[in-house]
Design a protein around this ligand. Structure first.
Ligand SMILES: NC(=O)c1ccc[n+]([C@@H]2O[C@H](COP(=O)([O-])OP(=O)(O)OC[C@H]3O[C@@H](n4cnc5c(N)ncnc54)[C@H](OP(=O)(O)O)[C@@H]3O)[C@@H](O)[C@H]2O)c1
Length: 207
């Protein structure tokens, strides 16, 4: 059955490849990106391919919580029902590690943004919807001071690993809280050191 699927961070790496594959088999995609030009290029590429699906695009910088809320509102206004949310957008290194909201950018984009987006889209999820959160093998205990922006990180990987365990933890908590629904809510590790932009920037490894 054809699904309506939201993919965040669909402009590069794993999100882009996922979009290509899901669109090729006829699913309708809500593609999110932060960069309008990259998003338009992805839309153009997919629209040129043969598919029975439709494409909707949404721009938002997920390091800004106000934009995350606007994104959720725009999606909920335009769509009665969503079948799948793939919270894929993620960051390891960034030029500015502290966001406008005073959070570490890894916690903002990798942990808080997908939580806010998911919470706000729960009302339009199909009864058998899936939520797939891209976590990582990199996981380390979460320092609450760092999560709320009171402690700063000197090490990108430490911030990333904490943000991914925090994502995994809220995924599990939401799955338990939502267990009476037919939803399936999971955190997945897509593999390690897949040669995407993040891995090239972080480790100098090309795909
Ligand atoms: N690659 C791996 O080996 C690996 C391993 C474990 C987990 N993961 C996870 O898999 C997911 C995808 O990673 P990837 O390797 O495909 O990374 P990537 O190639 O760097 O792609 C990341 C995507 O997230 C978007 N993004 C980053 N910061 C954003 C922000 N502030 N607002 C909105 N969008 C933002 C990027 O947008 P732009 O195109 O504008 O940059 C891009 O579309 C991430 O959650 C990552 O942590 C990856």
């Amino acid at each position: 059955m054809k699904k309506k699927i939201l993919i965040t961070g669909a402009t590069d790496g794993i999100g882009l490849e996922t979009a290509r594959r899901l669109y090729a088999v006829g699913h309708t995609l809500l593609l999110h990106g932060r960069n309008r030009e990259k998003l338009a290029a992805v839309e153009g590429e997919l629209a040129d391919s043969d598919s029975a699906g439709q494409i909707y695009t949404y721009t938002a910088d997920l390091s800004r919580l106000a934009e995350v809320k606007q994104l959720a509102e725009s999606i909920a206004r335009a769509h009665d029902q969503l079948d799948v949310i793939i919270n894929n957008a993620g960051v390891l290194k960034a030029p500015d590690t502290v966001t406008r909201d005073g959070l570490d950018v890894r916690f903002a984009v990798n942990t808080v943004a997908p939580y806010l987006l998911t919470q706000r889209l729960l009302p339009i999820l199909a009864p058998d919807a899936r939520i797939v959160n891209l976590s990582s093998a990199a996981q380390s205990p979460v320092e609450l001071d760092a999560l709320v922006g009171k402690k700063r990180f000197m090490d990108d990987m430490a911030a990333y690993a904490q943000s991914k365990l925090a994502l995994t933890m809220w995924t599990k908590a939401l799955a338990e809280a939502d267990s009476s629904s037919g939803h399936i809510i999971v955190a997945v590790n897509p593999g390690s050191l897949l040669g995407s932009k993040m891995v090239k920037e972080g480790f100098g490894i090309a795909g």
